[in-house]
Design a protein around this ligand. Sequence first.
Ligand SMILES: [Zn+2]
Length: 369
Amino acid sequence: MFRSLRLGSLAGIDIYVHWTFLLLLGFFLLSGLAAGQGAVSALLNVAFVVTLFGCVVLHELGHALAARRYGIPTRDITLLPIGGVARLERMPRQPLQELVVALAGPAVNVAIAAVLAALLWPAGGWQGLLTGGSFLHKLLQVNVMLVAFNLLPAFPMDGGRVLRSLLALRLDYVRATDIAAGIGQAMAVLFGLMGLLVLGNPLLVLVGVFIFLGAGAEARQARIQPPDEQSQPLPATVADVMIRRVRTLPGYLRVDQVPEDYLRGGQRDFPVIEGERLVGLLRREDLLRSLASGHQRVGELATRQFPVAEMTEPVNGALARLADSGLATMPVLHQGRLVGLVQLRDADPRRWEDTVRGRNRTEETVEAV
Ligand SMILES: [Zn+2]
């Protein structure tokens, strides 16, 4: 099922629109018609929403291009009914850089508003500003509103990032984030209550929920990542993701002689050794199946077709081979010696980060029966 529609790309960044955004356009069209507007005026409403979201795209592009100056790429920009999201690879950890990136979005809307004001000024169009007035008047108004709304200190909205970066100039980064996130969550609750009880606006409730969850997630994130490792790339070699405590089985062993604790541990499948040589891989499911029926030997049961990785090779290629093999486990060799295992579930990026930091680092131990 498609979730986002690609509109094209600007400055090398793909722009997507989420399918629910089309629902919003339909809603504006139908509610305009239902309110007794003519087709032209209803279509004009839709055109207005499209233009408004064009301004939102430019706002997000402001963030993305500012981040690019600091060497941070943007994966894409997606339009949702509640606004736009630029998916930056990361936020700069330098407070002043984050300040610039956060302000770059609203600055675009300030610029748009300034251009519109300059256009409307000679026509004496200032009166129209308060009463709503023409298409351009309304566009000027919403750009001013976008600036005001985004600069509310509701972390992780732009104003909240401005707040966090200013706090981080003086305070520890994690502490600064906690304070900004606390204020952000309080504001999110306020948005939710306003949307629910005062304005009857479900979008505002939704925005509140997003801010609340986003603030919590970022606060946790800031705590996990120590500053010096913030910009460290994910691990690059097989050694970074492999488990180092490996249990092996000799080929001559009967399956009913396999120690019971082999089945209770976190190791899924078992390398099979003959002499010093790695000759096979015994899959856990094959082992369990044959335990019931009889006295087969590990060597007969093991698969001889399995991928292996070299400890120093790049992890991506190795994982691709493992995925292609249909197996879940890949023995890792170094200078011909078995030194570890890559199991697909250990290849979870969240765990890689732990591994890189050495929390899971254990000495290589190959345990044999
Ligand atoms: Zn923004």
